[in-house]
Design a protein around this ligand. Structure first.
Ligand code: FAD
Length: 341
C-alpha cells in the first residue's frame, strides 16, 4: 500500500474546510476501499475518515418518508427496514449481501459507491478501461459470466454490484449530497449512476469532494414486496440476477408496481420499458411475458453470460406471480392462481 495522510470529518460542516485534492477519498467502513488500495487499484494520497461522523448514523421517520444517514450500517438499516412493511424488499436485499461481519461495518454511503466486482478490474495485469481508460476491456473476449446485459458499451460491460441500490431504485429513493463548496443538492437514485458509454471510469454524478450525507425513501404504499437474488452460493456471493419488486392489485388491475433488476446492468437497472407495459394493466401471465420481452429487447450478451436473459425472465415471472398469489391470499381468494405458468 502507498503512504497516505488522514483527516477526520466530525460534522457535515467540516466539508468546506477539508483539503480535498484530486487524489483524496472518503473512507467509511473501508470494506471496499481498503481492498482497492491493497490491490493498488486506487492509490489515494489522502483519506477523509468518516467513522466519527455521528450525526450521519441515524434513521429518521419523517411525515413523508424515511431519511437514512450515510453512516448507517447495512446491518442497522436491514433491521430497521425489516420492521417496516413498506421497506421489506430493502431489508431482504441488504440481508442477501456480503456477510454479517461485513454488514456490521459497511455503510449506506459506501454501499452506494462500492466499485464493480469485474475480475479484470481487480487484475492489474489485464487491460481495463474502467481502471485505466483507453487500455481496452478484457471481459469482452474473456470470462464474462457475471457481466452485464443492459447498459453496456464497447468500453465496458461490468455490472454494478450493490444489492441495496437495486432495492432503493425500486423504492424511488434519492441521495442528498453536500458539495465541497458547502452547497446541498438532492439527486434521484435513478439518475445517480452513469452508464459506461465512452467514459467507464465515471460511475456516478458526484464530483470530487462531494459527500453523500443521507438517502431519502418516500413513503408510499407498494403492496407486497420481494427481493430475489440468484447467485453461485447461498451467501457471500454477488448477484448473477436479482429482482426487487412490489405489487399492489385492485381486483385484477395493477394499481402500483415497483421494479428493478440487479446483476444484469452496468448500473442498478430501472426497467422502464417493462414498467410501461405493467402499470395500470390487468395482471396476467401473458402481460408479464410482454413486459419482460419489452425490456429484454435491448439486452446484449457476450458469450459466457448468454444465460442471463433467460434467467432474468424466469426470476421476474416467478417473483411477480408469487407477489400476486400473496395479494390474492390476503384478500381472501382461495386456491393457487396463475397456476398454468
Ligand atoms: C467479500 C465481500 C462480499 C460482498 N458481498 C456483497 C454482496 O453480495 N452485495 C453487496 O451489495 N455488496 C457486497 N459487498 C460489498 C459491501 O457491501 C461494500 O464493500 C460496502 O457496502 C461498502 O461500504 P463501506 O462503508 O465499507 O465503503 P468504503 O469501502 O469505506 O467506501 C467505498 C466507496 O464509497 C466512498 N464513500 C463512502 N462513504 C461515502 C460518503 N458518505 N460520501 C461519498 N463517498 C463515500 C468511498 O470514498 C469509496 O470510494 C461485499 C464485500 C466483500 C468484501
Amino acid at each position: 500500500m502507498n503512504p497516505f495522510s488522514v483527516q477526520t470529518l466530525l460534522t457535515e460542516a467540516d466539508v468546506e474546510n477539508l483539503r480535498f485534492d484530486a487524489q483524496a477519498r472518503y473512507i467509511a467502513g473501508g470494506t471496499n476501499l481498503v481492498d482497492l488500495m491493497k490491490h493498488q487499484i486506487e492509490t489515494p494520497v489522502s483519506l477523509v475518515d468518516l467513522s466519527e461522523w455521528e450525526e450521519a448514523s441515524d434513521i429518521v421517520k419523517t411525515g413523508n418518508g424515511f431519511r437514512i444517514g450515510a453512516m448507517v450500517t447495512n446491518s442497522a438499516l436491514a433491521n430497521f427496514a425489516y420492521q417496516e412493511p413498506s421497506l421489506s424488499m430493502l431489508s431482504q436485499a441488504l440481508l442477501s449481501g456480503a456477510t454479517v461481519q461485513l454488514r456490521n461495518r459497511a455503510t449506506t454511503g459506501g454501499n452506494l459507491l462500492q466499485r464493480t466486482r469485474c475480475y479484470y478490474f481487480y487484475d492489474t495485469a489485464k487491460p481495463c478501461n474502467k481502471r485505466e481508460p483507453g487500455t481496452g476491456c478484457s471481459a469482452f473476449t474473456g470470462m464474462n459470466r457475471i457481466h452485464a446485459i443492459f447498459g453496456t458499451s464497447e468500453q465496458c460491460i461490468a455490472t454494478h454490484p450493490s444489492d441495496m441500490a437495486v432495492a432503493l431504485i425500486a423504492l424511488n429513493a434519492s441521495v442528498s449530497v453536500k458539495t465541497a463548496e458547502g452547497k446541498t443538492r438532492d439527486v434521484a437514485l435513478r439518475e445517480f449512476y452513469c452508464m459506461p458509454g465512452e467514459t467507464p471510469d465515471r460511475e456516478h454524478v458526484l464530483k470530487q469532494g462531494d459527500l453523500v450525507t443521507s438517502v431519502f425513501i418516500p413513503a408510499k404504499t407498494r403492496g407486497t414486496q420481494h427481493y430475489h437474488k440468484v447467485r453461485d452460493r447461498a451467501s457471500y456471493a454477488f448477484a448473477l440476477v436479482s429482482v426487487a419488486a412490489g405489487l399492489e392489485l385492485s381486483g385484477e388491475t395493477i394499481r402500483s408496481v415497483s421494479l428493478s433488476f440487479g446483476g444484469v446492468g452496468t448500473i442498478p437497472w430501472h426497467p422502464q420499458k417493462a414498467l410501461d407495459v405493467l402499470e395500470g394493466s390487468d395482471f396476467s401471465v401473458s402481460l408479464l411475458e410482454k413486459a419482460i420481452d419489452a425490456e429484454l429487447a435491448d439486452a446484449k450478451t457476450f458469450g459466457s453470460n448468454d444465460f442471463k436473459p433467460g434467467l432474468l425472465r424466469r426470476v421476474f415471472l416467478s417473483v411477480m406471480l408469487s407477489l400476486a398469489q400473496r395479494q390474492k391470499a390476503q384478500h381472501g381468494h382461495e386456491g393457487a392462481l396463475y397456476e398454468n405458468h
